[in-house]
Design a protein. Structure first.
Length: 210
């Protein structure tokens, strides 16, 4: 059996932009991913609302940093065959003042941490699938102020994430080629997008682990 860890933010957690609550278990994209992959795969969801790549949030707290919790999570669930990493949306918040390249470099730090770990099979490192989150569309939504200026920067994330993936020789998926952020809040995924993301991730995972 292959073990997959999905390390992400509120979209991995299962945030519903319409109800502002959590999607039922059976609707979450990580659940659909497990269904798509079948019984030979174990999918472990590890999503946290507000999680960044490496940054402690001055408003929400230090624990929102993906870097801060990554190693304990890897060690908790090892041995892992692959880590699907989808972070970067929360780095677009206005208070961080980051460029798209800054965010890609921050994602690179996490990939390097995973690749430098021994939490894969037989004490090796897990493979990494770096997923660029879909572009945001926040103007006019409740996140307009929090994510001011995010839309333009988010358009460049996939290009820079792909560059990082190429340099580190890990897998890459541009989620924006398969799903779009909800027009309701500009950053989360509507229910109809979840199966699309699951299918795209499943295809990438099968290709990497065949």
């Amino acid at each position: 059996m292959k073990t997959i860890l999905c390390y992400g933010d509120s979209n991995t957690w299962g945030y519903n932009p319409i109800t502002e609550a959590r999607y039922p278990l059976e609707q979450r994209w990580v659940t659909l991913l497990a269904r798509d992959l079948g019984p030979d795969y174990l999918v472990i969801p590890e999503g946290l609302n507000g999680r960044t790549t490496v940054w402690s949030d001055p408003v929400k707290g230090k624990y929102k940093s993906g870097k801060r919790t990554l190693i304990p999570v890897l060690e908790s669930h090892h041995p892992l065959d692959l880590v699907a990493l989808m972070l970067g949306t929360n780095d677009l918040k206005h208070r961080f003042g980051l460029s798209a390249w800054d965010i890609a470099c921050s994602a690179q730090t996490l990939v390097e941490m995973i690749q430098g770990s021994k939490f894969g099979p037989d004490g090796r490192a897990p493979q990494v699938l770096l997923i660029a989150p879909p572009p945001t569309c926040v103007p006019g939504t409740r996140f307009d102020d929090t994510f001011a200026g995010a839309d333009e920067k988010s358009q460049d994330l996939a290009r820079y994430f792909k560059q990082v993936a190429g340099e580190l020789r890990c897998g890459f998926l541009d989620a924006g080629q398969h799903v779009a952020s909800s027009k309701v809040d500009g950053i989360h995924l509507d229910a109809g997008e979840l199966p699309k993301l699951a299918a795209a991730v499943a295809t990438s995972i099968r290709r990497m682990l065949r």
